[in-house]
Ligand binder design. Structure first.
Ligand SMILES: Cc1cc2nc3c(=O)[nH]c(=O)nc-3n(C[C@H](O)[C@H](O)[C@H](O)COP(=O)(O)OP(=O)(O)OC[C@H]3O[C@@H](n4cnc5c(N)ncnc54)[C@H](O)[C@@H]3O)c2cc1C
Length: 345
C-alpha cells in the first residue's frame, strides 16, 4: 500500500479519474491493494476524525472529499465461477474485466454500455444495464459483499447465460426530433427490450463518422436477447443505423476518454407526451449544451417510476440550466437515481 500526501509524486495521478472537471482534494490518499489496507485507511480516518471517500474510476464523482481518499484501482481482482455462474470482484474492478472473464464461458454481467465504469460503484447505485428491462438491475443479482466500514471490499453477483444480443442504434438529425420523440414515446415497447433515447451534439472532429460530424442528433439504442421490431421508430431518415446479433461485448458503446461533465437525473411516475416535448425544447434551447437521456423503466424495474430522465452537459456550471428543465417534470418526480449524478452536490 502507498500513502500519499499533497505534493508527493503520484498524488495528483491517484486522485484524478474519469471526471476531469473536478478532483478529490484529500489530506491523504491510501492506495489500497488488500482488505487489510482498507482497514488501515478507515481506522486512520476514524482515529483522526476525518471523512473518507472511495474512488475506483472517478466516473461517479459528485462531491470531492477533503479528508481521506481510499483509491481502489489497484485492488481489482476478478474471479468467474462458470459452474455457479457467478463473479466475485474486488473493490476497484471495472466491467471490462468481468466481461472479458465471463465471455469465454458464454456468460455476461448486467453491465451498462460503458465498460470502464467500476462494478461496485455502479451496482451500489442500482445499475441500469444494457439488458435491464429483460433481467433487472445489477443490484438485484448481488449474492453477497464483504465490507470494511462503508467500503465494499468484495462483491459477488450472478452472471447471465448471455453471449449474443440483438442490438442496434439509429441516429436522426435533430430537425426530426419532434417526430422521433413522438414515435419513441408512443412505441408499444416489449418488456424484453431495453432502449434509450438521447440527444447528442457531435463536435466537428475528423475521427467522427462523416454523417454525424458537427451535427445535432437524436439517437435511439436498444438491446435484447430476443428479436424485436423497430420499424415503427423509423419515422425520419437515419443519418446512420446499425442492427445485428452481436456478441455481448460488441453491443457496448465506444470507450470515451476522460472528460468534464455535469449531470443529474429524476425518476418519473409518468411522462405525458406534451411534457416530454417541453423538456426536449427547453434542453435544446438552453444557454449551455444539454444532452438529454430517457430510459424507460417498467418491466419489473423502477418501482413506481416509468422513466428515468437524465441531463448531461459537457462542462461544469450547468446546474441552473438543468434545474429549469427539471422544473418542467416536477409534478411527476418520484425519486432520483444515485448513479446518474455527476459533479453535483
Ligand atoms: C460514461 C458513463 C456511463 C455510465 N453508464 C451507466 C449505465 O449504463 N448504467 C448505470 O446504472 N450507471 C451508469 N453510469 C453511472 C455509474 O454507474 C456511476 O457513476 C458509478 O458511481 C460509477 O462508479 P465508479 O466506481 O466507476 O466511479 P467512482 O467515481 O470511482 O465511484 C463513485 C462512487 O461510488 C461509490 N463507490 C465506489 N466504489 C465503492 C466501494 N468499493 N465501496 C463503497 N462505495 C464505493 C463511492 O461513493 C464513490 O464516490 C455511467 C457513468 C458514466 C460517467
Amino acid at each position: 500500500m502507498h500513502i500519499l500526501h499533497p505534493g508527493d509524486p503520484g498524488y495528483d495521478d491517484e486522485r484524478s479519474g474519469f471526471q476531469t472537471g473536478l478532483r478529490h482534494e484529500p489530506q491523504v490518499v491510501f492506495v489500497v491493494e488488500t482488505a487489510h489496507d482498507v482497514e488501515k485507511a478507515v481506522e486512520y480516518a476514524e482515529t483522526n476524525g476525518l471523512p473518507y471517500e472511495v474512488q475506483a474510476t472517478g466516473h461517479g464523482l459528485t462531491t470531492p472529499t477533503t479528508g481521506v481518499l481510499i483509491s481502489t484501482r489497484r485492488m481489482n481482482a476478478v474471479h468467474v465461477d462458470p459452474d455457479r455462474r457467478t463473479a466475485t470482484v474486488e473493490a476497484g474492478a471495472v466491467w471490462q474485466q468481468v466481461i472479458d472473464a465471463a465471455a469465454p464461458h458464454g456468460l455476461a454481467p448486467l453491465s451498462g454500455d460503458a465498460a470502464g465504469v467500476g462494478v461496485v460503484g455502479y451496482t451500489l447505485g442500482g445499475g441500469y444495464g444494457l439488458l435491464a428491462r429483460e433481467f433487472g438491475l445489477a443490484a438485484d443479482r448481488v449474492l453477497g459483499t464483504t465490507e470494511v466500514g462503508d467500503v465494499v471490499t468484495t462483491m459477488e453477483f450472478e452472471l447471465l447465460p448471455v453471449n449474443r444480443v440483438h442490438s442496434g442504434e439509429m441516429y436522426f438529425d435533430a430537425t426530426h426530433a419532434e417526430a422521433v420523440f413522438d414515435a419513441f414515446h408512443g412505441w408499444d415497447l416489449p418488456d424484453h427490450v431495453t432502449p434509450q433515447l438521447a440527444t447528442i451534439a457531435f463536435p466537428d472532429l475528423p475521427m467522427l463518422p462523416p454523417p454525424l460530424r458537427g451535427r445535432n442528433t437524436v439517437r435511439i439504442t436498444f438491446a435484447s436477447t430476443r428479436p424485436f421490431d423497430v420499424e415503427g421508430l423509423k419515422v425520419a431518415p437515419r443519418l446512420t443505423e446499425d442492427f445485428g446479433v452481436k456478441p455481448f461485448h460488441k453491443a457496448l458503446g465506444a470507450q470515451l476518454p476522460p472528460h468534464t461533465y455535469q449531470g443529474d437525473n429524476v425518476l418519473l411516475g409518468e411522462l405525458p407526451a406534451e411534457t416530454l416535448h417541453s423538456v426536449r425544447v427547453k434542453a435544446a434551447t438552453a444557454d449551455v449544451p444539454i444532452f438529454l437521456g430517457l430510459l424507460p423503466l417498467g418491466a419489473g424495474i423502477g418501482g413506481p417510476a416509468s422513466h428515468l430522465l437524465k441531463l448531461i452537459s459537457p462542462r461544469l456550471g450547468a446546474e441552473r440550466a438543468h434545474a429549469e428543465v427539471f422544473d418542467l417534470v416536477r409534478p411527476f418526480v418520484v425519486g432520483r437515481s444515485r448513479n446518474f449524478r455527476f459533479a453535483v452536490r
